[in-house]
Design a protein around this ligand. Structure first.
Ligand SMILES: [Zn+2]
Length: 318
């Protein structure tokens, strides 16, 4: 890994910093314990970490932390899982800003205009913002992995349960408060929808810069295949609250090398500071513990393996 940004990314994370800092301040954890991430607790490394991870961290009990490795063969098909219904109003898009950890596209969430419903969700959830995580090079960058495979980047669309909770900040603290759609980005064809975002990035190169970004429909960033995995998890940035129903799309979207490079031209740092490139802003994998990852689809992959095994078993039968 390269110096600077790479070290910052060693404990890297999600991107709702101001809101989450407020939520962290408001949090009163039962069973407090120190951060279990080795790098967070290393004095030697502390000064090299991104500022997000430099202050002492407390996290919940740690029974449903994110991200995780999704082991395809261990995921359980659940026929009860319905297709996720997504309805985004492009006019609710407000602005795009560099928050010093990722770039966020934020939405007006004062009414039920951009919403998701169905899938594993019992309520309707409102879109709050979306952001990405990515690597310094193409070999890593996503937060979740599939069969231990990293993708070069991962999109997170963050929604909150406005049916049950009056504010986003309150939803962040509750087990059914948030629903995040995760979409993997893989290297391939140019992505026209993403390019609209990429074109805006030079204007928000430095931390704390923001520009208007109205009228954008993020459903253009979703793959056509409806299949997903779902599990109960957490935020991947402090305060790491265990409030997220994760919905990870099986099919990645394709983006080209220039588009990923445009992400890597952003900076963690403000204008006038020593430049640190915004790369490796992902959290390390967390233990699955006793959780089950459910899938909305029957695995063709596994059916093929089982068929091969069955053929093989018949061949070697005496
Ligand atoms: Zn995230």
């Amino acid at each position: 890994m390269a110096a600077g940004g790479a070290l910052w990314g060693a404990a890297g994370r999600c991107a709702m910093l101001p809101l989450l800092r407020r939520a962290a301040a408001a949090a009163s954890w039962r069973g407090k314990r120190r951060c279990s991430l080795g790098a967070c607790c290393s004095y030697r490394l502390r000064n090299a970490l991104h500022p997000l991870w430099q202050s002492p961290l407390t996290i919940p009990g740690g029974s449903r932390q994110s991200p995780i490795n999704i082991q395809w063969r261990d995921s359980v098909y659940d026929p009860v899982l319905k297709p996720l219904q997504i309805s985004y109003d492009p006019t609710t898009c407000l602005h795009i800003w560099n928050n010093g950890y990722s770039f966020l596209v934020e939405f007006d969430d004062s009414a039920d205009k951009s919403i998701i419903v169905g899938g594993p969700l019992e309520n309707q959830y409102r879109l709050k913002q979306f952001h990405f995580h990515w690597g310094a090079i193409n070999e890593w960058g996503s937060e979740h992995t599939v069969d231990s495979k990293f993708y070069p980047a991962e999109l997170h669309l963050v929604h909150w349960n406005a049916v049950v909770y009056p504010t986003f900040e309150e939803a962040v603290m509750e087990g059914d408060g948030l629903a995040v759609i995760g979409v993997f980005l893989k290297l391939g064809a140019h992505h026209e929808g993403l390019q609209t975002l990429v074109d805006a990035l030079p204007a928000i190169k430095h931390k704390d810069t923001v520009i208007e970004f109205d009228v954008f429909d993020p459903s253009c960033l979703l793959p056509p295949c409806p299949d997903y995995w779902t599990y109960a998890g957490s935020l991947t940035t402090p305060p790491l609250t265990e409030s997220v129903t994760w919905i990870i799309k099986k099919q990645p979207i394709e983006v080209d090398e220039n588009q990923l490079e445009a992400f890597r031209m952003l900076l963690f740092t403000s204008d006038g500071e020593e430049e640190k490139r915004m790369v490796d802003n992902f959290r390390p994998l967390q233990p699955l513990m006793n959780r089950t990852v459910r899938s909305s689809f029957q695995s063709r992959h596994l059916l093929d393996i089982e068929a091969q095994y069955s053929d093989h078993a018949q061949q070697i039968r005496p």
